[in-house]
Write a protein that binds this ligand. Sequence first.
Ligand code: NI
Length: 133
Amino acid sequence: MFEKYEFHHIGYAVKSIEETAKFFLFLGYTITKTVIDPIQRVHIAFLLKEHTPCIELVQPIDDESPVVSILQKNGVTPYHICYEVEDINEAISEMRKQKFIPLFNPVPALAFDNRLICYFFNKNVGLIELLNK
Ligand code: NI
């Protein structure tokens, strides 16, 4: 069962992709893709470096974005880990059994060619994102 959950990326809440990316560029990452997602109301950039996990920088595009409250509470911070799954609906019922609460029904994510994503919360783990393969 566990091999079905493949690590995909770490999500960082940022105030400015440009300002935060400077550090990762210094470390040798490259920005591979930037996208505006109108559903999550965020601007997203993906950073890649060989042999290291993908990092996703997530910047709110307005005050309605769910990322705003994370920035207000914690400042710039990593805030979710994303795993890829074969069947997001099956994974949702498995995650519920692990006491995760889905934050919304799966929605298409522009950053991933409209593949479905869903966010989950568990008080002992925090936020987990699932991305349908
Ligand atoms: Ni993400």
